[in-house]
Design a binder for this molecule. Structure first.
Ligand code: PXP
Length: 239
């Protein structure tokens, strides 16, 4: 049975649209946990465009399941993580001009750098996940850097224009998951997953955890946070 980790960034996006203090992503995280989520994830961006330092600190104080901090592999974020101590960090590439994380981290290009970041986070007692494209070379590099988990970037799957293309893209995810499994890495998947395209993953029990944000928050605006999380849990737990 797979786990669902709820990303609360976009609750903060709505708050930032008005520059006031509601809706509160910390409250949303509590509701997600009460609805049965297995964990909470938030992305502290360098520009603090949605989640801010106060949110992260309060989430650390209040999240009872597991807190995953998404972040760029830069000194500022590594120091914040080492001090706040989320249960886990997910390393992602970050560009200021992007609307959302656009691609996986190129671990192959900078193994020494990422290896050092992992070492520092491990010293602080934090597990490390690499958000990567479904590419066996990236899986191997993440393993070589002593990452604990890989999160397979599923954004390309959700953008497929035809069923054939969706199948081909899903095959890449399957191959990456098999490679990670052979290296004893934990396997997560995330980005662009919604109540419809998640169903394809039923055939891939190697994925242990799903990290989902936008589609849950979009559903929550219409039916409420509790129901939106429960609906996604129903799907993920049926795998
Ligand atoms: N995983 C990672 C690494 C991400 O950057 C994001 C987006 O913040 C997600 C999962 C969640 O993606 P979405 O909001 O499309 O569900």
């Amino acid at each position: 049975m797979a786990r669902l980790v709820v990303n609360v960034d976009h609750v903060a996006t709505v708050r930032q649209a008005r520059g006031i203090d509601v809706p509160d992503p910390v409250l949303a995280a509590g509701l997600a946990e009460l609805a049965g989520a297995d964990g909470i994830i938030c992305h502290l961006r360098e520009d603090r465009r949605h989640i801010n330092d106060r949110d992260l600190r309060l989430l650390r104080e209040t999240v009872k399941t597991s807190l995953n901090m998404e972040m760029a592999a830069v000194d500022e974020m590594v120091e914040i993580a080492a001090s706040v101590k989320p249960d886990m960090v997910t390393l992602v590439p970050e560009k200021r001009e992007e609307l959302t994380t656009e691609g996986g981290l190129d671990v192959v290009a900078r193994p020494d750098h990422y290896g050092k970041v992992v070492e520092r986070l491990h010293q602080a007692g934090i597990k490390v996940s690499f958000f990567i494209d479904p590419n066996p070379d990236q899986v191997e590099a993440a393993h070589g850097c002593r990452g604990d988990i890989i999160e397979i970037h599923t954004g390309h799957n959700s953008e497929a224009k035809s069923e054939d293309e969706a199948k081909r893209r899903f095959e890449r995810v399957v191959r990456a998951a098999r490679a990670a499994s052979s290296m004893d890495l934990g396997i997560s998947a995330g980005h662009g997953l919604n109540y419809i395209n998640i169903k394809r993953f039923e055939s891939l029990p190697l994925v242990e955890e799903y990290s989902i944000g936008h589609s849950i928050v979009a559903m929550a605006v219409l039916v409420g946070f509790d129901q939106a999380v429960r609906k996604m849990i129903e799907l993920v737990k049926s795998f």
